[in-house]
Design a protein around this ligand. Structure first.
Ligand SMILES: *Cc1c(COP(=O)(O)O)cnc(C)c1O
Length: 398
């Protein structure tokens, strides 16, 4: 072979976009550990402990809590295809890209889908669902808890009560919320939920944690038709993740090591401290950006700590700023999706990326780049305001 292919030398980036986010060093180390067989006693006990940590993180006792071998969208697909049979009515709440995707997945699974919509950046209030629930009597209602395209933080609990009063099951997208804000599966009576590893879990993309409660599993076991996807059929996956350990597919062993270690990192920090860290770094970033005159897009009082969607200031070149952030400062932030394309930046403070050093580095970089583009603001004020938030949090903690 005459051609020489270059050695793989990825640059070190600071990943502050909508995911993937920074990987915890312990998680990267875990991926390189020796691969064992997927039925090796060591691997089976690792799976058991991973399941137990996932239950803690989802705050559930659900037996059927495990990781689908694929990214967050496969978690979406897995929950939808198991709960839906062709012709079943499903209601999907759409206020951004991921609600739209859920409606598409449900349509492909043969559901009779009704979408209700709210403007991007806004959330659903319980009264928005009341009438349509009575009219459509859906089997499943799907909703996104953390809409990564807009930064809106959707409350779940009250809507869950309404959905169950109407006799439906509640399906929640927790891809960006899990690990960043509280997700209380049992207390909120969520029937099925899915997440992904590369948002707030400080882990590379590749696994989708999911959980089904007994009501959801009962509905899978009493289906008239087979689950349309062989790979994602939860009744078959149950025999692999349950006590029987029946071979279904070869689990991605080293990716499971990564998730195991990522969950251990969260477990050691503690959920309360982890959520508090996400909130503090968000407050510091928000103080800094606001001081530069930059506005947030999410509805007041419903801003997610880990995904900050902000309006690009007038006259600023989106591509140039994001390009320079990457090439000169090694920082990745996200552009807008869909109707926010070219208008919005999405700044992630997810998992291991949610650190004071990242917040201060990004604000320093934006201070320089926005000044170069002629924006008017007090140079340095963003960094000072962020530092003020950090300083006051230290005082109040003492
Ligand atoms: C990222 C994301 C997904 C899709 O996950 P992938 O890992 O990209 O497949 C789904 N829903 C939300 C809210 C997300 O942020």
């Amino acid at each position: 072979m005459s051609k020489n292919y270059p050695e793989l030398l990825p640059p070190n980036r600071i990943l502050m976009g909508p995911g993937p986010s920074d990987i915890h060093p312990r998680v990267l180390d875990a991926i390189g550990k020796p691969t064992v067989g997927h039925l090796d006693p060591f691997y089976l006990s690792t799976m058991d402990q991973m399941q137990s940590m996932l239950r803690d993180l989802f705050q559930t006792k659900n037996e059927m809590t495990f990781a689908v071998s694929a990214t967050g969208s496969a978690g979406m697909e897995a929950t939808v295809v198991n709960l839906i049979e062709p012709g079943d009515a499903m209601l999907v709440c759409v206020n951004g890209v991921f609600g739209t995707r859920m409606a598409d997945v449900a349509t492909r699974a043969g559901a009779d889908v009704t979408c209700i919509e709210r403007p991007w950046g806004e959330i659903f209030e319980p009264q928005d669902l009341k009438e349509i629930l009575a009219e459509k009597q859906p089997k499943v209602v799907g909703i996104v808890m953390a809409e990564t395209s807009t930064g809106a933080w959707q409350p779940i609990e009250e809507i869950s009560t309404l959905v169950h009063d109407a006799g439906a099951m509640l399906l929640v997208d927790a891809v960006t919320s899990l690990g960043g804000v509280p997700v209380e599966v049992d207390r909120w009576n969520i029937d099925a939920i899915y997440s992904g590893t590369q948002k707030c879990l400080s882990c590379p993309p590749g696994l989708a944690p999911v959980s089904f409660n007994e009501r959801a599993i009962e509905s899978v076991l009493t289906r008239k038709t087979k689950v349309q996807s062989w790979y994602l059929d939860v009744s078959m996956l149950a025999s692999y993740w349950g006590d029987d350990r029946v071979y279904h597919h070869t689990a991605p062993i080293n990716m499971s090591y990564a998730l195991y270690e990522a969950l251990r990192v969260i477990h050691e920090e503690g959920l309360t401290a982890c959520f508090e860290r996400h909130r503090l770094n968000h407050r510091a970033l928000q103080a800094g950006l606001t001081a530069m005159g930059i506005e947030f897009t999410a509805q007041d009082g419903h801003q997610l700590p880990m995904l900050n969607a902000v309006r690009i200031p007038d006259g600023v070149d989106d591509g140039q700023i994001r390009g320079s952030l990457l090439s000169r400062f090694g920082i990745e932030i996200g552009g807008g999706l869909g109707e926010f394309k070219g208008k919005v930046w999405r700044i992630g403070l997810m998992g291991y990326a949610s650190r004071d050093t990242n917040v201060l580095t990004l604000l320093a970089a934006l201070d320089q780049l926005l000044a170069e583009q002629g924006c008017k603001f007090d140079r340095g004020i963003a960094i000072a305001e962020a530092n003020r938030v950090y300083a006051s949090s230290v005082t109040s903690a003492n």
